[in-house]
Design a protein around this ligand. Structure first.
Ligand code: ZN
Length: 329
């Protein structure tokens, strides 16, 4: 893991390489960003270069003993803490605390989901941060910085990871996973700029199946053959999905592809021309636009407000079918 191997984050990259070159890296850093944004990869890359005995231009040398130990996942001066069952307790810090004060070289403590630290763990960390021993660095990772005590945040140099562009995600997927440009574009569109999510999707063997399932659902609604009872039981099935928002996004993309196909043929399709072609004679571009607006509204409501998931989903599916039925072909 090195900065070179990581994608995007021009601001963070510039700041870290500048501070490494000048020897002014803070002894406590806080990396913020949603799950999948790359916090851990950047934290580990920074840890590796801080521990390397001969870094070159702010990159680890890759040859020294420290780099080899890091590579094998067995570095004696890298302390890795993560919550155990949604809580990171003081006992976890106590177990390694004495090692923070041993040795002449750099030591790094990487804390994942730092917001899960208990008040006692926070107090213990704060005590160390107040008088940090030389060569000890803390790298805290969190998706919810607002849940960390202000006293800890104020002692950290804070960086927020930015979403990557579609082009950056596509480049990453082609470099690391050898994905075709078409598949890379689809995954980048769904990953919302989160490289971790993009990589996970590219490895998910059920992904194609889910796409087909999503297309089938909206296609059936457009066909108008389902009774209201059947639609309500479909809503009941879907509402328990952990990935409901993602799945609605797939349904949205199926409509988007249908619309593009009806308007301009095979160009710019994200999913599958065969699926998109099925929309001919089934829905008009106007209906598909309406369907997309409804789905977008549902995703927005479900992700930003405290609405009843089931009622929202039932309403959306019933409205979808009605819109398809009402529009003249
Ligand atoms: Zn090295």
């Amino acid at each position: 893991m090195s900065f070179q191997a990581l994608s995007g984050q021009a601001g963070l990259r510039r700041a870290l390489t500048g501070k490494l070159a000048a020897g002014t890296v803070s002894h406590a850093l806080l990396f913020c960003g949603p799950p999948g944004s790359g916090k851990k990869s950047w934290g580990l890359a920074l840890a590796r270069v801080l521990l390397c005995s001969g870094p070159e231009k702010a990159e680890p040398c890759g040859r020294c003993r420290s780099c080899r130990q890091f590579q094998s996942g067995q570095h004696p001066a890298l302390f890795h803490l993560q919550p155990q069952g949604h809580r990171l307790g003081i006992d976890q810090i106590r177990r390694i605390r004495s090692k923070f004060y041993l040795g002449d070289g750099n030591r790094v403590c990487l804390i994942e989901e730092a917001e899960q630290m208990t008040p006692e763990a926070c107090a213990s960390l704060l005590k160390i941060l107040e008088e940090p021993p030389s060569g000890l660095y803390f790298i805290l990772l969190t998706g919810r910085p607002q849940r960390l005590p202000g006293t800890i945040v104020s002692r950290c140099q804070r960086f927020t990871l930015q979403p990557l562009s579609n082009a950056e995600i596509m480049e990453l997927l082609s470099r690391q996973k050898g994905l075709s440009p078409g598949k890379a574009l689809l995954v980048s569109r769904l990953s919302k700029g989160l490289p971790g999510l993009a990589l996970r999707l590219s490895e998910d063997s059920s992904f194609e199946e889910q796409l087909t399932e999503a297309a089938e659902i909206v296609f059936n609604l457009a066909g108008g053959a389902q009774s209201s009872r059947e639609i309500l039981s479909l809503a009941e099935e879907l509402v328990d999905r952990e990935d409901l928002l993602f799945f609605l996004e797939l349904i949205y993309l199926a409509c988007r592809d249908g619309l593009l196909y009806l308007l301009c043929g095979n160009e710019s399709l994200l999913i599958d021309p065969v699926q998109a072609r099925r929309w001919e004679g089934v829905a008009s571009p106007f209906e598909l636009e309406e369907a997309m607006a409804l789905l977008q509204k549902a995703v927005q409501e479900l992700s930003t407000t405290n609405v009843n998931r089931r009622l929202t989903l039932e309403g959306t599916l019933l409205q979808l079918q009605r819109r398809f039925a009402l529009c003249p072909r």
